[in-house]
Each structure stands twice: as structure tokens, then as C-alpha cells.
Write a protein that binds this ligand. Structure first.
Ligand code: NAP
Length: 247
């Protein structure tokens, strides 16, 4: 059997990078997608290869239809069809009340978090269907979809709510074709994303109110993602795994 190929979107840092490292250790050929940070993506590829893992990286803005098409075409031409996809790329913007959020901003947030994820799912399902592969898709949502992120980024939370609904529907559509679609919802995880929202120490501020009284690590989220990707989760589809310290 050939080595299964997994595409991880937004994989140059944070949860995506931890997922790439773990998936490579567990025998996947990992394709790391990045948008801007080529140096970190290449560094991660070199790190994985140094421990005998299989890894590549490709630039693409997954919210852009041409970029997404090119990304999947290149993977097919160079390494073959993917049988696993992690829709990890996601953005948020400065903490703000909803009243101050512009339509331009919420279009940007939905373009990556929702429409980029949907685009990648269509391409991935095409790879799987055309090559008669069983497949596994993991969407990275957020517990923000449940709590709503008031006074911070309700646009981001709403985009993750859309991912939850999309996961449920797509899982039901694809189940009979052997393609599983699941969702991981992280809580407050130590990554650089919080600095993008204007509060680099946000996780430490929230930690006392988390039942486990600490933030999570990207590696703890990666474990859930890679388990759902794997055949160990063979009877899970349309499932939501919250990695959130009890929230
Ligand atoms: P992160 O450190 O900000 O990393 C996000 C990555 O996404 C970046 O590497 C970025 O790539 C990439 N990206 C953004 N827009 C993209 C686009 N249009 N096309 C391709 N790549 C794009 O974030 P993280 O904290 O690891 O979060 C990963 C996922 O977990 C996100 O979906 C996030 O919403 C979710 N999540 C995170 C937390 C948390 O507390 N950290 C909690 C709940 C959910 P470049 O750097 O190359 O531009």
C-alpha cells in the first residue's frame, strides 16, 4: 500500500505545525500549506525529513479559488491523490465589539475560515472519488462556535459555527462513500494567533476560568486531529471532539 497523503492547511505554525509533525511520525506523507510564511514552512519540512518523515510544503491562499485549484493539482501531479485533509487554516482580527466590525472584515474572516474550508473539501473529495480512495477530513473549528466570543470577535465565532454545521451535513452526505468528516474544537491554546487579535497573553488571562485551570498546547490538539484522521476512528463521522480543558 502506498503512503497516505495528508494536506494540512495553514500548517507552518501553531496547531497546524504540531499536526504536521505528529502525522508524519504516524506514517503520513505530509503536505504543509502556508500562505505567507515560506521560511517557517520550509524549516518544518526540513525538521520532519531529518527524522525520516515525508514532508512537502506549498504556498496557497486557500480562500482564493485559483490558488486552491493549483494547490490540489500540484499535489496530484507531484505526489498523487490525497486521502486525508486537515482544514486548519483560520484567521481572526483585532478584538472588538460587533458594532465596530466592518463588512470588509467579516468577508475576510469568512473567506478563509468558511469558504476556504469548503473549497478544500470539494477538491479533496474529488481526489478521493476519482481515485476510489476512502478518505478522512478533519475541520478545525473552535469552542468559540458555542460561546460566541462577545466583545472579541463574534465574526470569527460565527464562522466557526458555520464550520460546525458544514461538518455535520458533509459527514452525512459522504458517509456511504467511505469519506469521514469530523471536527475538532480547541479551547484556548498557546499559539501566535492571539497576538493577531491584539492580546498575546490572552490564554494566560483566561486560564483561571478554565476548569483545568490552564491553557492547552498545540500538541494536545494535534493528538485529537490525527486520531480522527486515522483508521482508529473508523466509526466516527460527524463527530465533534472538544479539546478545551473542560470548558
Ligand atoms: P495560527 O498560529 O494563527 O496559524 C494559522 C495559520 O493559518 C498560519 O500559519 C497562516 O499561514 C495560515 N493561514 C491563514 N490564512 C490562510 C489562508 N487564507 N490560506 C492558507 N493559510 C492560511 O493559528 P492556530 O492558533 O494554530 O489556529 C489553527 C486553527 O485552530 C485555526 O482554524 C483556529 O481558528 C483554530 N483555533 C485556535 C485556537 C487557539 O486558541 N489557538 C482556539 C480555537 C480554534 P501563514 O503564517 O503562512 O500566513
Amino acid at each position: 500500500m502506498s503512503t497516505p497523503i495528508v494536506l494540512i492547511t495553514g500548517g507552518s505554525r501553531g496547531i497546524g505545525a504540531a499536526t504536521a509533525r505528529l502525522a508524519a511520525r504516524q506514517g503520513f506523507h505530509v503536505v504543509i500549506n502556508y500562505q505567507h510564511n515560506q521560511a517557517r514552512a520550509e524549516q518544518l519540512v526540513n525538521e520532519i525529513r531529518a527524522t525520516n518523515g515525508l514532508a512537502e510544503c506549498l504556498q496557497a491562499d486557500i480562500s482564493n479559488q485559483q490558488d486552491a485549484q493549483q494547490l490540489f493539482d500540484t499535489i496530484l501531479e507531484q505526489w498523487g491523490p490525497i486521502s486525508a485533509l486537515v482544514n486548519n487554516a483560520g484567521i481572526l482580527e483585532q478584538q472588538s465589539d460587533f458594532i465596530d466590525i466592518t463588512p470588509e472584515r467579516w468577508h475576510r474572516v469568512f473567506a478563509t475560515n468558511v469558504f476556504g474550508t469548503m473549497l478544500c473539501c470539494q477538491h479533496a473529495i474529488t481526489h478521493m472519488r476519482d481515485h476510489h480512495l476512502k478518505g478522512s477530513i478533519v475541520n478545525v473549528s473552535s469552542l468559540a462556535s458555542v460561546f460566541g466570543s462577545p466583545h472579541e470577535y463574534v465574526d470569527y465565532a460565527a464562522s466557526k459555527g458555520a464550520i460546525d454545521s458544514f461538518t455535520k451535513g458533509l459527514a452525512k452526505e459522504m458517509a456511504a462513500q467511505g469519506i469521514r468528516v469530523n471536527c475538532v474544537r480547541p479551547g484556548s491554546i498557546y499559539t501566535e494567533m492571539h497576538a493577531d487579535g491584539g492580546e498575546a497573553n490572552r490564554v494566560d488571562r483566561l486560564a483561571p476560568n478554565i476548569p483545568m485551570q490552564r491553557g492547552g498546547q498545540a500538541e494536545e490538539v494535534a493528538e485529537a486531529i490525527v486520531w480522527l484522521l486515522s483508521e482508529k476512528a473508523s466509526y466516527c463521522t460527524g463527530s465533534f471532539l472538544d479539546v478545551a480543558g473542560g470548558r
